[in-house]
Write a protein that binds this ligand. Structure first.
Ligand code: S3P
Length: 469
């Protein structure tokens, strides 16, 4: 049965026109509860939607390139559609040509036009922050805005380096937050910048601004973060050199003012979305699920490494690659998991996966200690607190000690709780995964934000046999 929002929630939905006239369901004033119940073994094959990080980048780099970029497998979630809309407002031609197939005709590096309305990035930190970098290298002024969650997130970490490159914050809400008006640099300066935290969003914003600067822009990160921007810049013809920096870090040097040429982009399935059916298959006894085309960039696979250490039966096959991004098929079977210690240095490669890892840890036997999670506090919600609350309300013993999260796994989860999602898609999906194997149903207060990254989540989990309703 296809997923339908409860009738009570529907009259309050309103449709907004997205990029290229695509209809976007706005989530701003809709809420809908949903419960997940103990399910029989999950079975089947599924392909989760396209990778969110790569989808944003394909639209943004397509908009900065000359000529056409054809994208297949784009994630048609609200976050990415908002980025498409913003690129259109900045002068690029962005069209939907088929199912998850899009065409972008770009304006060239530094060629953005002045938008005549604020750019609304909804719930998406990635779309907003990467677009800030791209706008910083164009001689235009743009207003950046988003929903209540995005308005609460830090932006100084992005605009600090952009100001060093010559961009200017004309106005902002308290603490440098959104809504924020950014004036791009007329003559951007190349800089060398050490990121204060390992963040692909900060790195990417600096590199995108550096496209317009003469000379070499360098970003140094103490721990490597996801490198999709670097790989895609090279795919579009930029000259970029990556060197090792210390034990875990990288130094990335980009030669400015390249002519980026539009190029085809095939978006693999998102490992951060695959994480939900993957953990569900591990914790629902007897499950046997195959997930196809999952991106396996080593800077994104920390969860798979961890779940295997916990005893998860996860087989990888059909490994292949496209434009520097590897992908593979995974077969996941119901497994008895055991608690492990997850080192802080693994955090950048699984930063969005700790919520669902905490669910796996709750079903495991023994204690799981996840170290170094300070960045979780500034995501779509304070994910450290929200994850602990999600587990506690369902009878799991959990503790936050500094930046560490400690979960006492007892081999089963009592369940029966109502989970507050705090406008955070990944909390909603993690809680529903928990409910599929918990003793009593788990309910989430609001499923609306699932549409930002994984619009097909509920029907897909039902097709695999999950009892959601
Ligand atoms: C992303 C980077 C990560 C991640 C986010 C997507 C990206 O954020 O949490 O969901 O596409 O660059 P940080 O770079 O701030 O860690």
């Amino acid at each position: 049965m296809p997923y339908r929002r409860p009738r009570s929630a529907r009259p309050r939905l309103h449709r907004a026109t997205g990029a290229q006239g695509t209809s976007i369901l706005s989530h701003s004033d809709q809420t809908s509860q949903l419960s997940a119940r103990k399910s029989a073994a999950l079975r089947g094959t599924a392909r989760v939607p396209g990778d969110k990080s790569i989808s944003h980048r394909a639209l943004i780099l397509g908009a900065l390139a000359v000529g056409e970029t054809r994208i297949t497998g784009l994630l048609e979630g609200e976050d990415v559609l908002n980025t498409g809309k913003a690129m259109r407002a900045l002068g690029a031609r962005v069209e939907r040509t088929g199912d998850c197939a899009w065409s972008v005709h770009g304006v060239g590096v530094a060629g953005f036009a002045q938008p005549d309305a604020p750019l609304d990035f909804g719930n998406s930190g990635t779309g907003c922050r990467l677009a800030m970098g791209a706008v910083a290298g164009s001689p235009i002024t743009a207003i950046f805005d988003g929903d209540a969650s995005l308005r609460s997130r830090p932006m100084r970490r992005i605009v600090d380096p952009l100001e060093q490159m010559g961009a200017r914050v004309v106005s902002s809400a308290e603490g440098g937050r959104l809504p924020l008006t950014l004036a791009g640099a007329r003559a951007p300066l190349p800089i060398t910048y050490r990121t204060p935290v390992p963040s692909a969003q900060i790195k990417s914003a600096v590199l995108l601004a550096g496209l317009s600067a003469p000379g070499v822009t360098t970003v140094i990160e103490a721990e490597a973060s996801r490198d999709h921007t670097e790989l895609m810049l090279q795919h579009f013809g930029a000259t970029l050199v990556t060197e090792a920096e210390g034990r875990l870090g990288r130094k990335i040097s980009l030669t400015g003012q390249p002519e980026l040429r539009g190029a085809p982009v095939v978006v693999p399935a998102d490992p951060s979305s695959a994480a939900f059916p993957m953990v569900a298959a591990l914790v629902v006894p007897g499950s046997d699920v195959v997930l196809t085309d999952v991106m396996t960039n080593p800077l994104r696979t920390g969860l798979i490494t961890t779940l295997r250490e916990m005893g998860g039966l996860i087989e990888e096959s059909q490994t292949r690659g496209d434009a520097g991004e590897p992908m593979a098929q995974f077969r996941i079977r119901g497994s008895q998991l055991r608690g492990v210690e997850v080192p802080a240095e693994r955090a950048p490669s699984m930063i969005d996966e700790y919520l669902v890892l905490a669910v796996a840890a709750a079903f495991a036997e023994g204690t799981t200690i996840m170290r170094g999670l300070h960045e979780l506090r500034v995501k779509e919600s304070d994910r450290l607190e929200a994850t602990a609350a999600m587990l506690r309300v369902n009878g799991v013993k959990v503790e936050i000690a500094g930046d560490d999260l400690i979960v006492e796994g007892k081999g089963h989860v009592p369940g029966g709780g109502l989970v507050a999602t705090h406008m955070d898609h990944r909390i909603a999906m993690s809680a529903l995964v928990m409910g599929l194997a918990a003793d009593k149903p788990v309910t989430v207060d609001d499923t609306a934000f699932i549409a930002t990254s994984f619009p097909d989540f509920v029907p897909m989990m039902r097709r695999l046999g999950g009892d959601l309703g």
